[in-house]
Design a protein around this ligand. Structure first.
Ligand code: NAD
Ligand code: TYD
Length: 350
């Protein structure tokens, strides 16, 4: 199988690329990534020389480039993760989200459709999406695959639009799609402007830990490698045209999560318990902040047998350890040095 993975240099994409490259040595994995601020090839330095792995730098908005890629590699499958992914950035600059998440997704759908239109047999187009398309929950209830879409940030609105286009290409052109909507991920290689890596890094540097609003916003956190394993299962066994929710069954209020982080970092750094908690600072709320997300992932469990593999306490501790042990990775991201990696690494090829 020749598989195109988009956004493979990002947080989740890099875990998906690694899983596929190592688990399926007989597949050829092509990672297409524009290397925006969020794309970091250092995430994949352990697999970059694997014989079944190829990196292609390019933009999903570039239709001729996509067409050329499909001609060159004759893809059997697409796993589409490339996106603008940060809610706060979407509030500051919605257009980038419309461009990449909506228009980029449609360009990719067109490229697949054009390449496969005479024979869709054995082909598979997988669209990776978020639970944020469902809007915000109260104290009770869960998002199921039947929950009405109610996106409330420019990010979730752009992801919702992209999901609708993917389903439209199934109904209109029979493009063999499958979709998943996943809850918040945590783990290694998360870009350090997102809550968990930001807090770990700020504790280490003795900087304030910014908590939006009253801190009682709730997220359902999933270990990123479990998201990658769910994508593997759905890509291979999910039914065409279907959507699967993926979640960790693991809800935390932000303030409780951050307090846990404080205690683990204090312990691992040998600092007195309670010292990191003193850095917690309540700041102005995010506009339109969704109160609670929680996923009902029973369809995925009952149909395809997938469940999270790791207990949160274990995944969370491993995550903190990873950031504390990968100071150089973090420093490269914070200083922007990771962007020089591409030029250095691919000097001989370009
Ligand atoms: P990320 O921001 O870490 O990575 C996105 C990647 O896409 C980067 O490598 C970036 O360079 C690339 N990219 C951006 N624009 C591009 C373009 N125009 N052309 C080609 N490449 C481009 O994001 P992430 O957190 O890894 O999320 C990956 C996917 O999973 C997204 O579709 C996101 O909506 C979805 N998702 C994320 C979460 C989460 O908790 N992070 C949860 C559910 C779903
Ligand atoms: P984030 O990691 O941005 O993910 P999302 O908004 O997609 O769920 O934020 C997770 C939660 O943490 C969300 O409720 C916003 C909150 N948050 C803070 O309280 N402070 C921060 O500095 C950040 C980045 C997020």
């Amino acid at each position: 199988m020749n598989i195109l993975i988009t956004g493979g240099a990002g947080f989740i994409g890099s875990h998906v690329v690694r899983l596929f490259v190592t688990k399926y040595p007989h597949y050829r994995i092509v990672n297409l990534d524009a290397l925006t601020y969020a794309g970091n090839l250092e995430n994949l330095s352990d697999v970059e020389h694997a014989p079944n792995y190829i990196f292609e730098r390019g933009n999903i908005l570039d239709a001729p480039f996509l067409q050329g890629l499909f001609e060159k590699y004759q893809f059997d499958g697409v796993i589409h993760l490339a996106a603008e992914s940060h809610v706060d950035r979407s509030i500051a600059n919605p257009m980038a989200f419309v461009e990449t998440n909506v228009m980029g997704t449609v360009q990719l759908l067109n490229a697949a459709r054009n390449a496969w239109k005479d024979n869709m047999k054995g082909k598979r187009y997988y669209h990776v999406s978020t639970d944020e398309v469902y809007g915000s929950l109260g104290e009770e209830g869960y998002f199921t695959e039947e929950t009405r879409y109610d996106p409330r940030s420019p990010y979730s609105a752009s992801k919702a639009a992209s999901d609708h286009f993917v389903r439209a290409y199934w109904h209109t052109y029979q493009l063999p799609v499958v979709l998943s909507n996943c809850s918040n991920n945590y783990g290694p290689n998360h870009f350090p402007e997102k809550l968990i890596p930001l807090v770990i890094n700020n504790i280490r540097e003795g900087k304030p830990l910014p908590i939006y609003g009253d801190g009682k916003y709730t997220r359902d956190w999933l270990w990123v490698k479990d998201h990658a394993s769910a994508i593997d299962v759905i890509f291979h066994n999910g039914r065409k045209g279907e959507t699967y929710n993926i979640g960790g069954n693991n809800e935390w209020k932000n303030i409780d999560l951050v307090q846990q982080l404080c205690d683990i970092v204090d312990e691992l750094l040998g600092r007195p318990q309670g010292s990191a908690r003193q850095l917690i600072t309540f700041v102005a709320d995010r506009p339109g902040h969704d109160r609670r997300y929680a996923i009902d992932a029973s369809k995925l469990r009952d149909e395809l047998g997938w469940e999270p593999s790791i207990r949160f306490e274990e995944g969370f501790r491993q995550t903190v350890q990873w950031y504390l042990e990968h100071e150089e990775w973090l420093r490269h991201v914070i200083t922007g040095a990771y962007q020089a990696y591409y030029a250095e690494q691919y000097r001989s090829e370009k």
